[in-house]
Each structure stands twice: as C-alpha cells, then as structure tokens.
Write a protein that binds this ligand. Sequence first.
Ligand code: AHR
Length: 502
Amino acid sequence: PIARLTIDPHFTIGRVQRRLFGGFVEHLGRHVYDGIHEPGHESADADGFRADVVELVKELGVSTIRYPGGNFVSGFRWEDSVGPREQRPRRLDLAWHSTETNEVGLHEFSDWLEKVGSDLMLAVNLGTRGTLEALDLLEYANIAGGTALSEQRIANGRTDAFGVKMWCLGNEMDGPWQLGHRSADDYGKLASRTAKAMRQLDPSVELVVCGSSSAHMPTFGEWERVVLTHTYDDVDYISCHAYYEEKDGDLGSFLASAVDMDGFIDTVVATADHVKAVLGSDKTVNISFDEWNVWYLSRFQDVDKVEGLDNWPVAPRLLEDVYSVADAVVFGNLLISLIRHADRVTSASLAQLVNVIAPIMTEPGGPAWRQTTFFPFSITSRLAQGDALELKLDAPTYETAQYGEVSLVDAVATHDPEAGRSAVFLVNRSQDEAVTLTVDVASLGDVSVLESHTLADDDVYAKNTLEDRERVAPRANDSVRIEGGELTITLPPVSWTALSLG
Ligand code: AHR
C-alpha cells in the first residue's frame, strides 16, 4: 500500500505543552517500594532511591508526575506519610489489598522528583475524606511558614514550601470500585466546595476535576455534564482516563485504539464546551488526560488480585504487564492522538512509571530495564516540540470489529519555528504489509532528516524481559530519503516511527 501526507507549518493546532509528557506514581504493588525505593539495592543512594531507576526516568523525559494515586488516594491519610519515619503508621490499603508502610511519603517523594527533574502533581482524597483535609494538605505543602501545618513541614525538615501547582480533586469518583464513590451530583458539589476553599488558600493552584473513569462507563457524558455544571468556574481541567488491550486475539481493533482515544477526547471537549455555552462562561476548561496506557486489565481481574482478611502484603507484584512490540505501537499511536489534540489536552500522565503497567521494570537486587513502551515515550517527549500541526493524510483503510473502517496509517507532526525543527510521528497498522509513505515537506524549506527511529519486529509479540532485556529496541529507518521537497519512507507492518527534520 501507498500513502501520502502533506505537512504545512502554518496549519497549527496548538502548542505542545511539556505537561503532555507527564507520568504517574501510585503507591501500588512494587511501584514505590522495590521499584523507585530499594535501600538494599547496590545502586541505592543515601535516601534509598535506586540510581539506575533515576537515570531511566530522566531518559524517559517525564515532566509532571501525579502522586500518590490512583485508587490508593481515596483511602490515604496524608499525615501518615510525613514526620519521623519510625513513628509513621502501617495502614491497610483497601484499594490494592496491601499494607502501606508510609516509609516513602510526601517529603521523600519530593526529594526523588528533584533527582529525576520532574514536577509534583498531587491528588487529594475526596473518597473517605473531604474539604478540610484537602485544605490541610495544601497548607502543609504551599504556605511558606507561620501556621501550624506549614511550621510542621519546616519541623519535618523542609524549609521551603513544596509549591505544588497541579491538584486532582479525588480520583475516578464515578467508579463503584472507588472508596467513597459518589453520584455525579454529590461529587460535583463536593468538588466545587473543595476547589473554592483551596483557591481561597492559594489562588494560583490549577485544579483537575474527575471526569469519567473511562469512556465506557454507563454514566459517561452525563457525568461530565453534571460535574462540570457544578464546578465549571472552579476548575481548570477535567480528567480523562483510558486503558487499551488486545482482546480475543483481535489485533486489528487493538491497533486502532487511538481512534477510540480521539473520539473520547472530542466527546469530552464537546461536553465541556456545551456546559460553557449553557453557563455563558468565557473561560475554557481543558483536559488532563491523567491516566492512559495499554493495560491488560482483563488479566488483572482474573489473576493478579490479593485477597484474604489476614493477607495484606507489602509491595506485592501487581499489574506487572510485560509489553510487546504491538503494545508499543499502540502506545506510540496514543501519544499521536494526545498531540493531535494539543489545543485542548494540555496535561497528561502516563499510567504508570515503574513496575506497575510501566515503561521501566526492576528486579529486587537486580537490574532495571526498558519495556518496549519506553521508546515511543522517550523519543516523542524529546522530539515533539513547538506546535502540533494539522496534517493532510491520504491512506488506505481497513475494517475493524470494534471501530469500523479506520486508516491504515496514522500520523501527527510538530514544528518548532524558533529551533527550526520539525518532527513526524507515524504508525502503520497493517499486520502484513509495509506502507510506502510520501510526505510533502516542501513548505518546511530545505530540510534534511536528522534522526529516524522505527520500532517493529518480525514477532509483533516480542518483549523485553528480565532474561532478555534488550530484545526489542527502535532502529534507524534506512529507507528514508528527501528529494525535491518530498520525503519517502517505508513503514514496516505493525510499526511506530519518529522522524526529526531540520
Ligand atoms: O493505574 C491503575 C489504576 O487505574 C488507578 O489506581 C486507577 O485510578 C485506575 O482505575
């Protein structure tokens, strides 16, 4: 098959915000303990954090990191996680049926963020707690000193305020699995009250209200409308969460997952703008896509769960999905979808970062390595600079069971006028045929290919594992040529590609 793409730097969608390349660290499984924090590991620093993991997180290029949950936050008492370590209580974590030791808390995590060079995005507990506890945490984190809680922070060793800008008003409050889950009406009222109170304390905070926990929830759409009707003036973002997996061997539909993400974003944008119109507001609420990934959730429902009244393990192996080439191609395509919506998706968090549905895996006392999904993230985060561009794409289509007829190729491009650099991100969803793509790059001027990376493999289910940690990696695409303002490239079947032009 052949496909054709036209890039014009004048057709901008919106600035690609650095926050689009955020991550998410939840106290879940071996994410924090035995993941980022393993005092006994040979690479551990004086604070017990693994230096090999720090290096990989830096290489991944994550901007803001959402913390500490996730479902975990809906039972979390933040006070447990600060102060002298030996006095911190061990608590039941009902969300993941584990024991939370509180060995790593707000201060330690913030120290780790400094090591990896990322910003903190905090979630408050609106499941089992409410406005007062959210205010307390905000005072502890953002007030310089002179009040009970800010002085407590100083006494706990942190003189400067944490200065946290981004705050989530709870997590997935529509989900029946969520501790303290509520109706849209009840949550909307609580979120509005809490947001107003938080802004009274610190008007500079940016607030994210919970959207539906997926586009497939029975209340999807109506939840957004009701919640935003209560909170429109109080918040900056509404959240979207989406996870994809190959089901029943239907690789064709799985490869088209970004079609679903596109529709999800468009629907939430339309709903937010509907509320804006009804309220006559001149403010725009954007999307924080603060959980997205490939996750074999159906597998988790069957095998991973911990149960039993006397069984609350510390850091059990949970959600340790091992990703294939096909997973990484879908993952790269989800990033394409996020960038394509850069005008309205202005913050996003890959869920999650280490060991738990993660691009980085570790073995206790052993190595840390990159999963297949690591590569599309690190390369896109590094190359997608400047404005997202609207493209003209002509490509063959194929039929899917889940999404009907979809394009065989997907693409997005970015352009940074200051740096004189452009980047193109491409996916070939064909399972058996290479696509020859011609790209009209004449309006970019006299450019050449600075970098090319293609992720593909004869075995689309090849993975990086503890035993074979470098089995899968992207390679330079030797087929790429530019001549007379026209770029040609061959995209192998089931592949993700990134090009840097300048
Ligand atoms: O990322 C794993 C879980 O998925 C999160 O805790 C929750 O918010 C979502 O359901």
